[in-house]
Ligand binder design. Structure first.
Ligand SMILES: O=C(O)c1cc(C(=O)O)c2c(n1)C(=O)C(=O)c1cc(C(=O)O)[nH]c1-2
Length: 246
């Protein structure tokens, strides 16, 4: 059976439905993190591993930017790289994430080295970068659309963590504040692009699959954290061990 062609707004609904079902806000690790159920060591493991995601995002965006055909499109995408890398004066997202990692008690050089992250983190993040390199431009742009759902999880995370961990301060979580305006700006643009360019059933199914893939990338990172640091506690050889950072 061939798939039907969605109207643009129907495609948007189908994309939002994927987020409602699969976004990492629903992962048990996030529930524990936001509800104050984790130890300091477990929060450190989260911050350490997520640094690799943060640090890889501008590389992913540079790969995507190189594939854009016009100056106008590249200008739009270039902003994302500046948001993460900063401009040499104003700190970007990577620097702000390092501040978060230091704020939860990690050594900056250890975090930056990425030597002690989980293999699951490395493989999931690399799969995202390779997806953006290898798939169509439309699928690559669609894979960024998890950002449609990030303002809600960020609001929940910041208020939950501030309320539930007395050793976490607003300054430590400052990474997230600019994301509340950057993410909607970026994702609304990407959504409009996808709605305009996914004009066949095949392309529409491909963008839906790209968003499912990206939800899996985020989910798999939290599976790795849960398995290693919550239960059953299978920390892979060489990976960060809570207590080591103190
Ligand atoms: O806090 C979060 O849960 C969350 C989720 C996501 C996401 O949905 O991919 C991003 C971010 N944060 C984020 O800070 C960020 O810079 C970012 C970039 C991207 C992307 O795919 O290009 N996603 C996300």
């Amino acid at each position: 059976m061939t798939d039907a062609l969605f109207l643009p707004n129907e495609l948007e609904s189908a994309l939002r439905q994927i987020g409602a079902e699969r976004y990492h806000v629903h992962h048990p690790f996030h529930r524990l993190l936001h509800d104050g159920e984790l130890t300091r060591g477990q929060v450190q493991a989260w911050a350490l591993n997520r640094y690799y995601y943060q640090a890889s995002i501008p590389a992913k965006d540079a790969i995507l930017m190189a594939r854009l055909p016009t100056a106008e499109l590249r200008r739009e995408w270039r902003r994302r790289i500046e948001d993460h890398d900063g401009d040499g004066v104003k700190p970007g997202g990577i620097e702000r994430w390092l501040k978060l990692a230091e704020g939860v008690g990690l050594d900056r050089a250890m975090v930056e080295s990425t030597a002690r992250i989980l293999p699951a983190t490395r493989f999931a993040v690399e799969a995202y970068v390779h997806f953006v390199r290898d798939r169509t431009l439309l699928e690559a742009i669609a894979s960024s659309l998890t950002e449609l759902f990030s303002p809600a999880i960020i609001a929940e995370r910041v208020s939950g963590m501030l309320a539930n961990y007395d050793w976490i301060t607003e300054g430590t979580l400052a990474y997230f504040t600019p994301r509340l305006t950057q993410a909607p700006q970026d994702s609304e643009w990407a959504l409009a692009y996808v709605k305009r360019h996914a004009d066949t059933p095949e392309k529409q199914q491909a963008v839906l699959a790209a968003l499912r893939f990206k939800c899996d990338v985020l989910w798999a990172q939290l599976d790795g954290l849960y398995l290693a640091y919550v239960a059953p506690g299978l920390i892979p050889p060489g990976a960060f061990v809570p207590g080591d950072a103190e």
